[in-house]
Design a protein around this ligand. Structure first.
Ligand code: ADP
Ligand code: MG
Length: 335
């Protein structure tokens, strides 16, 4: 478990302190994939780097499995870094070392015997699907392969926690999907706690269990991804969600202006997504629908659907009640 207790951070530059993180409280449970989303400069990397003490807090505390990492001595810090692996946007591989040597490096630093190192490297190469690339150099690899090396290196010392700093931000969508799938497997099969920071809601949607939204150094919203994604409260969160939905707000508003009647946003979560509710509600209430926007997808393993519809004719109140009874979340966009 990772716990921030009124943890804050200011950087001093040109004789001036500027706050990168306001005092914040946050609890990340063991075994979950926790996402932190925010725009550039929001303080995401700072937050992440407080966990493995690449940065020291300016105030408050950070606990990892109950241990106050802000108070560690050099030995304690070395032990912490073995328990907390990290991967980066630009991979940070050693260009003069082969793939195998990059992965072996943290093991050598930890004093692991040579015979054990090569067995462990083989195991890690297999885990990330790079068995046939062991003797290549980073420059000979694709971005996705480089990140796989980064992941293998981060896992070398058997950490319990993996920190991911924009790990897919330099990758194309297809490669991003395969790296996220690898991280998902590492979480499920090895039980690692993963803390992932990103500026893309789609990354959060695919792999995270819970999410926190950082805005200008302040934590403005947090909760299970399904809740935050389907019912964002803060304006920053709403913008991230709209971006992920590829929703053109301007276009939607033009379409809405062109149709009469009440406009609803219906959110379906879980198995309800596949129930033939629209037809049933139409029959019960006599309403018909104009569908203005919609999407069916998954939040991690859970299907969800979101539809923006205008109601045509019938008894709108009856329709609203029927949706509520069926457990569909209804938001009135226009009365
Ligand atoms: N080492 C540093 N020295 C001074 N300012 C920094 C340093 N690192 C980050 N900052 C500042 O702190 C704020 C948060 O940065 P960062 O945590 O990197 O945000 P993010 O990862 O969300 O882009 C930014 O205003 C940034 O300029
Ligand atoms: Mg950053």
């Amino acid at each position: 478990m990772i716990e921030f207790q009124q943890a804050s951070k200011s950087y001093r530059s040109a004789g001036q302190d500027s706050a990168a993180l306001q005092p914040l409280d946050l609890r990340i449970e063991a075994g979950e994939v926790f996402g932190i989303i925010g725009h550039s400069g929001a303080g995401k990397s700072t937050l992440l780097r407080l966990i493995n003490r690449l940065e020291q807090v300016s105030g408050g505390r950070v606990l990892v499995d109950g241990e106050d990492v802000t108070a560690l001595d050099a030995d304690g810090l070395r032990a912490l870094r073995r328990r907390v692996g990290m991967i980066f946007q630009h991979f940070n591989l050693l260009s003069s070392k082969t793939v195998a040597a990059n992965i072996a490096f943290p093991l050598e630093l930890a004093g692991v015997a040579r015979a054990q190192v090569s067995a462990r490297v083989d195991e890690l190469l297999a885990r990330v699907g790079l068995n046939d690339q062991a003797h290549k150099y980073p420059a000979q690899l694709s971005g996705g392969q480089k990140q796989r090396v980064g992941i293998a290196r981060a896992l070398a010392t058997g950490p319990k926690i993996l920190l991911c700093d924009e790990a897919t931000s330099a990758l194309d969508p297809q490669t991003t999907a395969s790296v996220l799938q690898l991280l998902d497997g590492i979480n499920r099969e090895l039980g690692l706690t993963i803390v992932l920071i990103t500026h893309e809601m789609d990354v959060i949607r695919r792999v995270c269990d819970r999410v926190a939204v950082l805005d200008a150094g302040a934590l403005v919203e947090s909760g299970p991804v399904g809740e935050v994604f389907l019912h964002p409260r803060h304006s920053t969160t709403r913008r991230f969600v709209a971006e992920a939905e590829h929703l053109d707000e301007g276009e939607l508003h033009r379409d809405m202006a062109a149709v009469p009647g009440r406009i609803l946003r219906l959110s379906f979560f879980g198995e309800k997504t596949y129930e033939p509710l629209l037809g049933r509600v139409a029959r019960e209430s006599g309403v018909d629908y104009n569908i203005l926007a919609g999407r069916i997808d998954r939040i991690k393993d859970t299907p969800y659907g979101q539809l923006t519809v205008s109601l045509v004719g019938g008894d709108a109140e009856l329709a609203l009640a029927a949706f509520a009874r069926a457990g569909v979340h209804v938001e009135e966009v226009r009365r």
